[in-house]
Design a protein around this ligand. Structure first.
Ligand code: MN
Length: 303
């Protein structure tokens, strides 16, 4: 089994909770740093540079009319943060591996757009949800339920403009893994685009090893693979510190196996660690699990 060479890892925090329905996920970058993310990767031989945090508007300081846009709450502020995130990632050398610390999943608007601008990139969206709503389909107006739809070119014009010049992500360049909660509009968009969604039922029936192989094979046509890891893909018993928990998620071992198989594949070019909410967590357990999974993703092995 091949193990990836040591990498030049770059941490970029995006302390944003504007896309989430529940506050506190803006403390995610701190929780991940406190859980010794840099040290865990350093112990594997990687060099780690921490770029600090992108500046993100505070919800209370955003004009009330924008916060009250019930179809895409805080869209202007999230668009600005998307641009700022892309700008911060420009500081990562092209051979480096960015790890974006969220923040709610809307931080991936910036990270995935940036990855795609550097070259055609396959995305593994590892999540309990589809994040495929648009302002017209979203039941909540919370943008953290919409980033993947926007990256695919569908949704709010302000958010789409913030993704930059890179062409939208192609449907065949995305695989969702671990999904167990889709809104009707999300299911319709996924079917219209022909997205590959590997659900918890697929993992139950065929096992994680087969599902991971299937996901990576579906992205066999790209040289770059970006992992967008939402903590809520894990079972809430493993990762209680998330804003939108859904029962029946990945076990600790299933999640590690998925990370190990992605690492072995050798095409990983970037990672998002999102939706860790310390205010809902138990003694930083969720951040600790996310750090352990990141170590597996970057080559940690039992033997
Ligand atoms: Mn998500």
């Amino acid at each position: 089994m091949s193990v990836p060479a040591t990498r030049d890892v770059h941490l970029v925090g995006v302390p944003m909770d504007l896309g989430a329905g529940r506050r506190g996920v803006d403390m995610g970058p701190s929780a991940l740093r406190l859980a010794r993310l840099a040290a865990a990767l350093g112990e594997l031989g990687h060099t780690v540079t921490d770029h600090g945090n992108v500046e993100v508007p505070v919800a209370e300081a955003v004009p009330a009319h924008e916060a009250g846009d019930l179809t895409a709450r805080f869209a202007d502020a999230i668009a600005a943060t998307t641009r700022a995130t892309r700008g911060a990632l420009d500081g990562v050398p092209s051979a480096g591996m960015p790890i974006v610390l969220g923040g709610d999943h809307a931080v991936s608007l910036g990270s995935v757009a940036h990855a795609c601008a550097r070259g055609r990139t396959g995305v593994l969206w590892i999540d309990a949800h589809g994040d495929l709503n648009t302002p017209s389909s979203s039941p909540s107006g919370n943008v953290h339920g919409m980033p993947l739809a926007h990256l695919l070119g569908h949704g709010d014009a302000r958010l789409l403009a913030a993704l930059g010049e890179a062409p939208a992500l192609r449907p065949e360049d995305v695989v969702l893994v671990g999904v167990r909660s889709l809104d009707p509009g999300e299911r319709a968009l996924a079917q219209r685009l022909g997205l590959m969604i590997l659900t918890m039922a697929d993992i139950d029936r065929r096992g994680m090893a087969a599902v991971a192989d299937e996901a990576l094979a579906a992205l066999g046509h790209v040289e770059r693979v970006h992992v967008s890891l939402d903590a809520d893909v894990l079972d809430p018993a493993v990762a209680p510190g998330v804003g939108t928990p859904v029962v029946g998620g990945l076990s600790y071992r299933e999640a590690h196996l998925l990370m190990e198989l992605i690492a072995t594949d050798g095409r990983l070019t970037g990672v998002d660690l999102v939706e860790v909410n310390p205010t809902l967590d138990v003694q930083n357990r969720t951040a600790a699990v996310m750090v352990e999974l990141t170590a597996s993703l970057l080559g940690k092995r039992i033997m």
